[in-house]
Design a protein around this ligand. Structure first.
Ligand SMILES: Cc1cc2nc3c(=O)[nH]c(=O)nc-3n(C[C@H](O)[C@H](O)[C@H](O)COP(=O)(O)OP(=O)(O)OC[C@H]3O[C@@H](n4cnc5c(N)ncnc54)[C@H](O)[C@@H]3O)c2cc1C
Length: 325
């Protein structure tokens, strides 16, 4: 069995859950295994129903007041009981703040291997091979898991596109009553949300990102106008944030956010490795840069080699005209 741990917030499945389903479906095909999604929380019925519509075999739903807020202690205890019962082949979690918190502890407590931040999976003979990126995504490392299952793996956000998930399942929902211990050593005192109106870039489908090529803060309006015309969110390279043209949460890259939108438009961004690691898994990358040798063109699917001050206003105008019909 492939067991995936669904991630959610405010009673809604997070995008990484869809990506875990794709990861699980690929493994299930290769190793001829059934898939079970584990849902831990309280008020989880609608999410269980949503999971049921994907092509998976089972939804194991554990509803408990202790699980109202995520805590590694309670999660690990519940998951250990489920793993003991189900004896899965692989356990999948997101390579997210939450997954990175509980998955290594869970794997270590069972003395089993964890391959973190996977971007691909394959079967070689009977062996499971998982690929992860190393050295700031400059190299891929293939890892063969050894020993007895379960094997643990976390999925790098954006590596397994959620829209490739096979639908049309009719999974059985099993409500499991477990004795879940209350969290120890940490307590959620308050949750403060990021300012409203600022989209979480990690789930934005379209991002228009600007870099130092814009030269000064006032020119950044070219980016916001294009983003508005195309219905996207705004992102930036680090120099833009360092120069305080935009707040830190807009920064994309190794010391900023990792994003994986359907469309990423990089404008006046050279494509330094620290920027690329934050956006190179985007489905379609368009680069606008006057330097044909800029490294951004190595990852771009489409490129415009020209002056952004000429190209961007023209592009915005075309999009606005299209919108107005
Ligand atoms: C530890 C560390 C962490 C880092 N983390 C990050 C990070 O998270 N995110 C990040 O982005 N960077 C990060 N950096 C910085 C990174 O190394 C680069 O310096 C940065 O990404 C460059 O930003 P840029 O592409 O906007 O600017 P530049 O490299 O200066 O590129 C500007 C580009 O604009 C083009 N241009 C100029 N004028 C025009 C014009 N008129 N029309 C069209 N094109 C034009 C130029 O040809 C050039 O390619 C980090 C660096 C370090 C050391």
């Amino acid at each position: 069995m492939i067991l995936l741990v669904a991630e959610h917030k405010d009673s809604k499945l997070k995008p990484i859950t869809g990506e875990l389903i794709v990861f699980a479906q690929r493994l299930a095909r290769d190793f001829n295994q059934p898939i079970a999604a584990v849902l831990l929380g309280s008020n989880i019925d609608s999410m269980a129903a949503e999971l049921k519509s994907r092509k998976i075999d089972r939804v194991i739903a554990v509803s408990h007041e202790v699980l109202v807020d995520y805590s590694p202690h309670s999660y690990i205890s519940a998951l250990k009981s489920i793993i003991e019962r189900e004896k899965p082949f692989v356990v999948l979690a997101g390579h997210t703040t939450q997954g990175m918190d509980f998955a290594p502890r869970l794997a270590a407590s069972l003395r089993r291997p964890l391959i973190a931040g996977c971007v691909e999976c394959e079967k070689q003979g009977e062996r499971l091979i998982l690929t992860r990126q190393i050295f700031n995504a400059k190299m891929n490392m293939k890892t063969a898991v050894r020993g007895e299952p379960p094997y643990f793996a976390t999925a790098s956000p954006g590596a397994f596109p959620a829209d490739e998930a096979e639908m049309g399942g009719n999974a059985q929902i099993e409500k499991l009553a477990l004795d879940v211990p209350a969290p120890v050593r940490r307590k959620v005192i308050e949750r403060s949300e990021a300012q409203k109106g600022k989209m979480d870039l990690s789930s934005a489908p379209i991002i228009v990102s600007g870099g130092r090529g814009l030269k000064q803060k006032e020119n950044f309006s070219l980016i916001t106008e294009l983003a508005e015309a195309i219905g996207g969110s705004v992102g930036a390279s680090r120099p833009v944030v360092d120069a305080e043209w935009l707040p830190r949460e807009y920064q994309i890259g190794s010391s900023g956010q990792t994003v994986s939108p359907k469309l990423y438009i990089a404008i006046g961004i050279s494509g330094a490795i620290q920027h690329l690691v934050g956006m190179q898994t985007s489905r379609c990358i368009v680069a606008i840069n006057k330097d044909a040798e800029a490294p951004i063109f190595k990852v771009a699917h489409y490129g415009i080699v020209d002056d952004l001050f000429k190209v961007v206003p023209a592009l915005t105008k075309i999009l606005e005209d299209l919108r107005q019909g």
